[in-house]
Design a protein around this ligand. Structure first.
Ligand code: ADP
Length: 215
């Protein structure tokens, strides 16, 4: 299966993607994670991306599209993938279509996670992520780790992302509305969009998502 996940920052894309990818046995490809890995490794690409990310802006397409394409062309992605955070604007969606067409492939679904804006801000402000594995995500009150600052899964250090400050979150939401939401119409025209509510417990949302994808 080839799936694109969309939804505002804080919708739980990363959390859901980890579960869905496991259930569906396809790799989880997150451009945000790829950028953060590049930043922590100090690569040139990471250096280019960091200032945009810290400001809550999109990293320029010429950097992002090449990186996403390289990842999709790796061996583990031949039978499908779950894209999380890509495409994030219409130009990226068009570029993805070109990549897919060249391989005679198609998307199966675009899963749209819906969540009210005030909830998004609350979720992001309390979000803490494991340094070892970004799919280990906690929240200081909604999903608190057993021991403060320590990952329940692997014992790694929990930290707050640089772009999770309230000011940057507002900018990221604005960018989402103006640049990313238009891809939902783009994919609606291809009859690919399934919208589900991202409210409720993590496993409830996963079940809802699996149900929607079966249809
Ligand atoms: P979230 O979904 O919570 O906003 P991500 O980890 O997906 O978090 O993205 C964090 C940041 O990485 C974005 O705000 C943006 O700066 C950058 N980024 C991620 N994916 C893309 C993309 N496809 N195009 C441009 N920038 C991106």
């Amino acid at each position: 299966m080839r799936i694109v996940l969309v939804g505002p920052p804080g919708a739980g894309k990363g959390t859901q993607a980890a579960f869905l990818a496991k259930n569906l046995d396809i790799p989880h490809i997150s451009t945000g994670d790829l950028f953060r890995a590049n930043i922590s490794q100090g690569t040139e690409l990471g250096l280019k991306a960091k200032a945009f990310m810290d400001a809550g802006d999109l990293v320029p397409d010429e950097v992002t599209i090449g990186m996403a394409k390289d990842r999709m062309e790796q061996d583990d992605a031949v039978n499908g993938f779950l894209l999380d955070g890509f495409p994030r604007n219409v130009a990226q969606a068009e570029a993805l279509d070109v990549v897919l067409k060249a391989e005679d492939m198609q998307l199966d679904a675009v899963l749209d996670l819906e969540v009210p804006e005030d909830e998004v801000v609350k979720r992001i402000a309390g979000r803490r992520i494991c340094r070892n594995d970004s799919s280990h995500v906690f929240h200081v009150s909604y999903n608190a780790p057993k021991s403060e600052g320590v990952c329940d899964v692997c014992g790694g250090e929990l930290y707050q992302r640089d772009d999770d400050s309230e000011e940057t979150v507002r900018r990221r939401l604005e960018v989402y509305h103006t640049q990313t939401e238009p891809i939902i119409d783009y994919y609606r025209a291809q009859n690919l969009v399934v919208t589900i509510s991202a409210l409720g417990k993590v496993d409830e949302v996963t079940a809802r998502a699996m149900d929607a994808l079966k249809k």
